[in-house]
Design a protein around this ligand. Sequence first.
Ligand SMILES: [Fe+2]
Length: 598
Amino acid sequence: MQRLAVIALLVTAGSAEAQGVFRGPYLNDVTGDAITVLWESPAASTGTVRYRSVGAAQWQTMQSGAAARHQEVRLTGLTPPGGEIEYELDTGGTVYPGRFRTAPAAGAPFGFVVYGDNRSSPDQHRVVVDALLREMPGLHFAINTGDMVSSGQSESDWDAFFPVAAPFLASMPFYVAIGNHEASLGNNISVTRRIFALPTGGTPAANDETYYRFLYGNVEMIIVNVEVDSLYTLALLAGAQEDWLKEVLAQPLAGAQHRFVFLHQGPYSSKQGRNGNFWLRQWLDDFKTAGIDVVFSGHDHYAERGFTEQGLYYVIHGGGGAPLYNTLGPRSTNDHTIMYGETRLGYAIVKIDGPKATVEIKGIGGELVDTFTYGDAAAPECSQPADCGAAPRFGCPGGGWECRRSACQYSCAAGSGSMVSCVTDSACTRQIGANCAGTVSCVHPSINPLSWYCNCELPPDCTMTSDCANRPTPIAGCTGTWACVDSQCEFTTNLCTPQQDAGPSDAALADDAAATPASDAAVASPMDAATLPDAAAVVSVADAAAVVSGADAAVVVSPDAAEAIAPVSEGCHCGSTARGDALWVLGALALFMVRRRR
Ligand SMILES: [Fe+2]
């Protein structure tokens, strides 16, 4: 029934597209009693939104403003919280139906999906959207972690995005974190800003749709823009956003039992040649202090879940449709613990039930491939660290368990990822040697000690792409190509099909089971009983630089510059630096420069 309804909507959307509205309708900024309905047309026009609670006899109407290609209509006074609302966008006789739920009252269970990196391959994006449509009965809204299109300033790229996403967007309130591809042209994101109407205001007021927070039920959602400068010449959160984030972290929203952060480029990366977001890693201690529960990101086109150096949960899922990257699976590193990692299309679903949160990473067949739960007082995983047993198989060296919110969370030894402690090769051997299958060294890309980092160099796999030519496809159900990247053969997909996406690897689930609660896949979502009627189916940071000033001396240093030129491979994600240590180095460097000038 649901499948038929989806097909019906696709037909409706296709025929309507030819008559005017070519983007939408889509939904932003839902609250307990309001939502914004948006659409765009090839030519300036007006429209009317009719809406009512499901089952109500009377429609209410809201007219758009003056004729324009981009339209936003704010529906207010919706009741009750968590209620189902059906609507119709009427643009001169062409009607586009949709349905959504308003935000529930605090304490009521709900679910949402996190996904991203849909760019460049509409066919793969469509496969993911089809999977999301099947998940819709259990979802209240969606957060996209960025890179929806190849170039955010390209109208034609958005022309490709919307027809694929339309059946999902028409009935799913949608939030966005800015990706590097939205900011790919000189950090100009004016088109993305125009297309979406994301929540600003509040306390503190962001007044910028690229970073914002909102309370949904009992969860505080904090969306951060890590693409503040396409040249990466500024610190991650330079300027107003940094002040805003400090205040946000220090002042949780009233009623928030969970605090989640969403952004594009996450703290770590398992992609060959990447080392994650250096600047973000400097914030993780503050995230821990502020009680952030999970950091969600995209950018890397695979699925991964683990613990940060501080023992925070992190989830990377860039499997929204862009060409996939090969990854290395669960393993230990010197500064974080990877509990699950797999190359696959998919998404993460978050289920909230009071203090209990469950994150499910799923493939495009709807199969559960990884999960974790915290806050389950009825079935606690632990009451003290001793309940957590031995270190997980892939636990970072020297770490330990923390029992937090009835769940075991594994953190590394303090400072285990510190870059500034790297001075000699032998120091790196002590830090990461146990986890490196290649050659360990301390790399000194400049005189600036802040740029020194430990590297684990794997033996060369190739010197040119032809060396990788005859390798078999490593990702079941996908076709693609091999290339020689940083002396390692790397596979990138061009198409995956759900029929062949056969579910989790046995190894991944076995590893997971060693240290995480049993899958609750068999436990019905609190919202599974709710169904949507037919109408509703409807430069990396590598180039980031900090300006260091000391007396009359000023130099520019590039903490992660080395990441762009040197492969950082398995077992070595060597960038976490305590902010205090960084300040110490900056001070020392300034003093060095002053003395040299003398
Ligand atoms: Fe990206």
